[in-house]
Write a protein of this length. Structure first.
Length: 318
């Protein structure tokens, strides 16, 4: 009986692995050269690649719906835009999904070339990978290609009126953050200084669990990501509704955060890649390519799901 159970488990793993490997995505975009289609294939359950030109780079990202995630329709507009952007530059690429702390580590150490999507990195922000150094000792930020809100979230039955819009009003407060995330410059400076009682989580969904289990009174993040991660989780529909009913966004939001690509200074392409990325980003903004990709993803995914998906975040000039 035990042998049959092991055989069955092995067959399930084989079937799942093959289904991931067989996943194929088509990315369509239009620029000043015309209409293009790019075929992206899943190497395995966490990595996707396409070939184009002589240069091939590695990118590290995270599951961060609704912007990008391997579990959402077309992997989200940030995934689609990134493939289109690199293809327009004449690059092929491998895009791998990791927990965020791991994604940072592989790029800062030069095992991958680009980290995305990244928030603005303050000049003095410390590296969690190489102690005693700054993140910008290892990374260079591109021009921005989009934006999203960042805010505190609290339990719906918690009195959050202590927050008056000034971070100083929450000194010594218990706050949950996702390990390795940049938040806002002011919040991160105060966090690094020890002004808050910080509890770290591996991802946004775990951060929500910290909040609902009363380990913290606030969590900080993009509300769209938090709600999307709950909806996309493996929890029952009833449990998802219960969790969402217990979450509230605290006003005012902290700010709108721009989105960037972070290029590893250990990449063999380094300065050339950063220069070409910035050129391509400006070209896509000028031609409205980011906006069109986002619209087409939203339109296509709304039809396939039979529901009206709201546009999330923003693109273009940030």
């Amino acid at each position: 009986m035990r042998i049959w159970a092991l055989v069955l488990a092995f067959l399930v793993l084989v079937v799942v692995s093959k289904s991931y490997a067989a996943e194929t995505l088509t990315v369509a975009y239009r620029d000043h050269k015309g209409l293009h289609q790019v075929t992206v294939k899943g190497d395995h359950k966490e990595s996707y690649r396409f070939s184009h030109g002589d240069k091939h780079i590695k990118l590290a990202t995270l599951n961060w719906s609704p912007y990008i995630s391997r579990s959402i329709c077309k992997h989200g507009w940030v995934f689609q835009s990134t493939v289109a952007l690199l293809h327009s530059m004449g690059y092929g690429a491998s895009i791998s999904y990791y927990p965020w702390a791991r994604a940072m580590a592989v790029v800062e150490s030069g095992k991958a070339d680009v980290l995305f999507p990244e928030y603005f990195i303050e000049p003095e922000a410390p590296s969690d990978v190489f102690r005693g150094t700054r993140r910008l000792d290892h990374l260079s930020l591109s021009k921005s290609f989009g934006w999203g809100p960042i805010a505190f979230l609290a339990r719906s039955d918690f009195d959050s009126s202590a927050f008056d819009g000034k971070l100083s009003s929450l000194v010594n407060e218990r706050i949950g953050v996702v390990r390795g995330y940049q938040n806002t410059p002011d919040f991160d400076r105060m966090m690094d200084r020890g002004d808050f009682a910080i509890v770290s989580a591996v991802d946004d969904l775990t951060n929500v669990e910290l909040l609902l289990n009363n380990r913290v009174n606030y969590i900080v993040g993009d509300p769209e990501v938090v709600f999307s991660e709950v909806r996309g989780s493996s929890k029952s529909t009833q449990e998802k509704q219960r969790i969402l009913s217990k979450l509230t966004v605290v006003d005012p939001i902290l700010r709108m955060n721009a989105l960037f690509y972070a290029v590893s200074k250990r990449s063999e392409y380094n300065d050339v890649l950063l220069f070409e990325l910035n050129q391509a980003i400006e070209s896509f903004k000028e031609f409205g390519t980011f906006e069109e990709i986002k619209y087409q993803v939203q339109r296509s995914c709304s039809k396939s799901s039979g529901s009206d998906m709201p546009l999330q975040g923003g693109v273009g000039n940030s």
